[in-house]
Design a protein around this ligand. Sequence first.
Ligand SMILES: Nc1ncnc2c1ncn2[C@@H]1O[C@H](COP(=O)(O)OP(=O)(O)OP(=O)(O)O)[C@@H](O)[C@H]1O
Ligand SMILES: [Mg+2]
Length: 249
Amino acid sequence: MTVAGARAPDGGVTDGQVLEVRGLTKHYDSPDGERLLVVDVPRFQMAAGEHVGLRGPSGSGKTTFLNLLAGILQADAGEVRIDGRPMTGIGEAERDRLRAERLGYVFQTFNLLHGYTALENVELGMMFGPGIDSAYARELLDRVGLAHRLDYRPRQLSVGQQQRVAVARALANRPRLVLADEPTGNLDRRHAMEALDLMRAVCREHGAALLLVSHDPEVLSHFERVDDLSVLNRAAQGTVSAPGAGGRA
Ligand SMILES: Nc1ncnc2c1ncn2[C@@H]1O[C@H](COP(=O)(O)OP(=O)(O)OP(=O)(O)O)[C@@H](O)[C@H]1O
Ligand SMILES: [Mg+2]
């Protein structure tokens, strides 16, 4: 846990916020050559260890916003700070390094590497961070209930099991912040709730903050703080259907 105004171990200055966003904008080129503003978020922040649910109609920019936070997409303007360290205004190699050190990302489609086993998928996530720690990778897979599936490849796993490998991989580098883009979208009700509980518990155990995108009111009801991107994102105001109307089951 960080304290107000403390200096993080690596020299970054933090005021207890794991994530700070200011004046963040992103345009896309439409197929007919028009430049469209899709993200315009004046301010967004999360405290260390905080869990936040993020909702918003389809097309309100949720995935784009997470990709900007993770430095997978480059912002046109504005600032993203992770643990006080700038993710914006730096080169791609530095963004990759900061992402590997500080962030975990659970993609909606998991993005597991199909040629590798569950254990190798988690270990590979460590290569770009502090280095491979096989014992910790096994511990994480055990924690998500996959100790008996270490040597299975993604195609030999059920959808729910693949999702759990993706959660273990997102936690592999002991991130400060985990981003999850509709991680329960492909799961049935029971598995969705199990996956959510697991993700929240493992993040809590590791002191990681969690920003989880979902359309599902039951998933969101588990979060004390739920933000709506169609409100936060000025580019989405008035351009998408009314909040709640765009939800997919
Ligand atoms: N590569 C791209 N080029 C042009 N426009 C894009 C591109 N990617 C996304 N968009 C547009 O940006 C807007 C936001 O897309 P985004 O994927 O962030 O929405 P979302 O809120 O995640 O939606 P969903 O709930 O359906 O996943 C959409 O209108 C989309 O058409
Ligand atoms: Mg999306």
